[in-house]
Design a protein around this ligand. Structure first.
Ligand SMILES: [Zn+2]
Length: 584
């Protein structure tokens, strides 16, 4: 492999690392420069046993997600790697005078969760912004926004929100008039929880220069009242009219946001995340904290597809590689969301017969999308494309096929992010293309409250079709889409296993044929997600030589009733051999 490795850029920022890393393992990738992963004695395939363990966890019900050895009772860690997995006696053999011992009290120990699709800094910002998700009336919505506006300094914006009008009587879209009185000159731009539309107050529209005369941009819509004036709701690409005028956070604000997010992730057992389309200024903050050794969750940043092809054409961007930070792959958009009726379908929406949804502006014209994807793939980067409606998914599968034809066969693992509403004929196409279904099970029990009235019973059968994917041997990677949905992976497992909608109206599960087992759900949140980032040799299972990323749960998910899965709590989180969270 040596002559295939172009020096230090292997795992580099927007570099050519992902595929090569998978082929040779991260030990080789990090053998120069970082002094991180490769520095531990041993490594894959080299027997441990010489060095005493730094940490051992005993008295655990270990579920390894390694089919060669699914169960164990103890695990030893040396440095940031797993040194032994087995019986208590086998593991205690590595105990030295300085070894820390954690008694798991017969609890369940499993690999750390890998969230295959999050928006890390938006999530972090959400932890410190107005929370509208459970505001169940327009009055409560306005009250919380007003309260927030009064707490802010001059020129600061009310942002975040995650509102959900479906929770309100009659589900009316909010308007600027609802909030203008309580916010006056404080600009407000609060997003629907799916982030495919946002509400601006009049102050924000004025700053953005959005008036009755402003045209709808490609891939977006300004919602207007009967006289043509903007109501304040901006859909998809139209949101950027306002995003453009929101002042960017400072570096220090970003550091605070990331630290808040890291603490939240550690408390939920999330030891790896795949951050979709981050702001490059945020990636710089990840890098600062990685260099300082302060990351407690591994971050794979997946840059936005738009603009990436041009950067790659200019050559790889040189950056140091860190065991806790990689930048690789590309994230594109094919359509919008179901909640905003912008997911792109063949047939019209059942509750909006004039609408099929919208193709994302990136897809228009399609030729340019295709040629960008071909050049990104040619540079060795993975393609991850957001597609929700059945037509958008089919178009992305077409694009993946065309990319493979243009660049020839290789292990490329293209991903369709969300993969929500799949035409029955397309499951086989995922399998043929080796495409990964990167899905977020919590959406199923949340959107499942209202989705069927929007798409009808026939399309619902292959909606959030986790079981169909598994049956067609399509690799599943689970994630949360945080902050669109809660980060907590335990809620995702509960959702995938029960499909019990959050309103309690379908306790037996919405489309119960699509339920998966606890083992499949855990696999998709660990090995499946690791595979989806070409890291299955490094993490995703409790296997000797892999990174020591582990969580202890409060109870055994295989032993509790499906209903009780949502009550599981993370007791201990270990990332890179260090305890990064302990429940007190
Ligand atoms: Zn997302």
């Amino acid at each position: 492999m040596g002559n295939a490795l172009p020096g230090r850029n292997l795992c580099a920022l927007a570099g050519f690392g992902a595929v090569v890393c998978a082929a040779v393992g991260m030990v080789a990738c990090h053998s120069e420069g970082s002094g991180g992963i490769g520095a531990v004695s041993g490594g894959i395939g080299i027997p441990f046993g010489v060095r005493a363990a730094d940490l051992i966890v005993v008295n655990a019900r270990v579920w390894t997600v390694d089919s060669a050895k699914p169960h164990a009772e103890a695990v030893a860690i040396a440095g940031d790697r797993i040194a032994a997995v087995g019986s208590r006696a086998e593991v205690e053999a590595l105990r030295g005078p300085k070894t820390r011992v954690i008694d798991a009290g017969s609890r369940f120990l499993m690999p750390g969760f890998n969230d295959a699709h999050i928006h890390l800094m938006t999530g972090g910002a959400q932890l410190d912004s107005v929370d509208l998700k459970d505001a169940t009336t327009p009055d409560e919505f306005a009250r919380r926004i007003g309260e927030r506006a009064h707490a802010l300094a001059k020129n600061e914006w009310v942002l975040g929100g995650n509102w959900d009008e479906q929770a309100w009587p009659g589900a009316p879209l909010p308007t600027r008039q609802m909030i203008d009185q309580v916010t006056s000159e404080t600009p407000v731009f609060v997003n629907r929880y799916d982030e495919h539309m946002s509400l601006a107050n009049s102050a924000a529209l004025r700053l953005a220069g959005v008036t009755a005369k402003t045209p709808d941009p490609p891939g977006g819509m300004i919602v207007r009242d009967a006289s043509g004036n903007p109501t304040g709701i901006l859909k998809d690409a139209a949101q950027s009219y306002v995003y453009k005028v929101i002042p960017a956070p400072t570096h220090d604000q970003r550091v605070r946001t990331l630290k808040r997010a890291l603490a939240h992730m550690a408390s939920l057992g999330v030891t790896s995340v795949q951050d979709m389309g981050p702001d490059p200024d945020d990636v710089a903050v990840y890098q600062d904290l990685a260099e300082a050794g302060e990351l407690t969750t591994r971050i794979r940043a997946v840059p936005a597809e738009v603009g990436l092809a041009a950067r790659l054409a200019a050559g790889p961007v040189h950056h140091k590689a860190f065991p806790f930070l990689r930048v690789s792959g590309s994230k594109g958009f094919a359509d919008g969301s179901l909640g905003s009726t912008t997911a792109y379908f063949y047939e019209p929406y059942s509750d909006a017969p004039a609408a099929h949804g919208l193709l994302a502006d990136e897809m228009q014209p399609l030729d340019q999308m295709r040629s960008r994807l071909v050049s990104i793939d040619k540079a060795g980067e993975q393609l991850c494309v957001h597609a929700i409606g059945d037509h958008a998914i089919a178009m992305v599968l077409d694009l993946f096929a065309e990319v493979a034809k243009a660049n020839g066969p290789r292990d490329r693992r293209p991903r369709i992010e969300h993969s929500q509403h799949v035409a029955p004929a397309d499951f086989d196409r995922y399998a043929q293309l080796g495409a990964i279904a990167s899905v977020q099970p919590y959406h199923c029990i949340d959107d499942g409250k209202w989705a069927e009235k929007r798409i009808g019973p026939e399309r619902a059968k292959t909606t959030y079709a986790f079981r169909s994917f598994a049956d067609h041997k399509v690799r599943l990677a689970f994630g949360s889409d945080w902050p669109v949905a809660p980060l907590d992976p335990v809620q995702g497992i509960y959702a995938a296993v029960t499909r019990a909608t959050l309103d309690g109206k379908r306790p037996g599960g919405w489309v119960p044929e699509q339920k998966v087992g606890v083992d499949q759900a855990i696999e998709a949140f660990t090995m499946g997600a690791a595979y989806a980032e070409f890291m299955e040799r490094e993490k995703g299972s409790i296997t000797v030589g892999k990174l020591a990323d582990l969580v202890v749960l409060s109870a055994d998910p295989f032993a509790v009733a499906a209903d009780a899965l949502r009550d599981l709590r993370v007791q201990v989180t270990i990332a890179g051999g260090k305890v990064v969270y302990e429940r007190r």
